[in-house]
Design a protein around this ligand. Structure first.
Ligand code: PEP
Ligand code: MG
Length: 323
């Protein structure tokens, strides 16, 4: 199977009815770009930058060190866009020096909350990302946003990082797009706030499911309740895609759902045109896209989006595969 899929590497991801789909890679470290390129990715949809910060005791990567790592990824992708997510630290991805006292770390000081509380760490990372933007197409993606002030303050911090670089005479792309992860239900329910200020959105289904269903994503005792096909999840994803497209901005899914070929047609039917996943999943998702016809999928979507019974939804999603 692997050999056959390998042939698809250079084939553009276009559905039978001619709709072009962007297939992006999720990476943790710059060296993963090799795998991303081998799988024929259109770019990096999610660079989980926190992996540069983890497992190194008390030390933090310096601006220069981060700049080198981001630049490595940008150069490796040869002009394709690289979406660098700012530090998403805390909860399931702790720093070594973090104290583990919070009773509910997933609801605690993590991601953008941590970055806004530690402005020097955030500014250092933003300057490093901006500097890397002279080497290719860089996009900044901000995790775990829920509040209007987080949007305002993040944009203000990016402006400040640019001003600091100006003062130092360093170059950067002044038009680096800035996007928000939609992974807290409150964000998906307050989309006008985001589409007005952001250049793109990326749906983090891993956390969106965790927070919507109140299921700890790393607790095996409740793993059976972690259901991507819960009608509430489907509604939130569909709303986000629709609101983004209505506002004329791109919407991606970068959570695990995007890499599950059994869900590809469902997501296509919901309007998704950009999928970001682990490189190893990319060719099987592409194969599914090449065999999909939106004119056959779309008529089935009303029934799926109205269903409240999980078995009905699961059966209908399986039926999409037979179209
Ligand atoms: C997500 O939450 O879906 C996501 C892509 O980010 P992470 O898994 O790194 O939290
Ligand atoms: Mg997340």
């Amino acid at each position: 199977v692997r050999k056959k899929l390998g042939k698809l590497k250079k084939t553009p991801a276009i559905t039978k009815d001619g709709t072009q789909i962007q297939l992006m890679a999720n990476i943790e470290l710059p060296e993963d770009c090799e795998h991303a390129m081998e799988s024929g990715a259109n770019g990096v949809g999610l660079f989980r930058s926190e992996f540069l910060f983890m497992g190194r005791g008390d030390s933090m990567p310096s601006e220069d060190e981060q700049y080198e790592q981001y630049t490595r990824a940008v150069l490796a992708m040869k002009g394709r866009p690289v979406t660098i997510r700012t530090l998403d630290i805390g909860a399931d991805k702790p720093l070594d020096q973090m104290e583990h006292t919070a009773l509910n770390p997933a609801l605690g000081l993590r991601a953008i909350r941590y970055c806004l509380a530690e402005p020097q760490i955030f500014l250092t990372q933003l300057r490093a990302i901006l500097r890397a933007s002279v080497h290719g197409k860089v996009r900044i993606l901000i995790p775990m946003m829920a509040h209007a002030f987080e949007i305002e303050q993040s944009l203000a911090m990016i402006k400040r990082a640019k001003a600091q670089l100006d003062e130092r005479g360093e170059r950067y792309d002044p038009d680096v797009p800035v996007g928000a992860m939609i992974e807290i239900p409150a964000a998906a329910l307050a989309l006008p706030m985001f589409v007005k200020k952001m250049d793109f959105l990326s749906i983090g289904t891993n956390d969106l499911i965790q927070y919507t269903l109140a299921i700890d994503r790393v607790d095996y005792e409740v793993a059976h309740l972690y259901n991507p096909l819960h009608p509430a999840i489907l509604q939130l994803i569909a709303m986000t895609i629709a609101a983004g497209h209505k506002a004329g901005i791109e919407v991606a899914v970068c959570g695990e759902m995007a890499g599950d070929a059994k869900l590809t047609r469902l997501l296509l039917g919901m309007g998704l045109r950009e999928f970001s996943m682990h490189p190893s999943q990319l060719l099987s998702v592409k194969q599914e896209i090449l065999n999909s016809d939106l004119s056959l999928i779309k008529p089935q979507m009303r029934k799926i989006m109205r269903a409240m019974d999980p078995d009905t939804i699961a059966d209908a999603v399986i039926a999409l595969q037979a179209l």
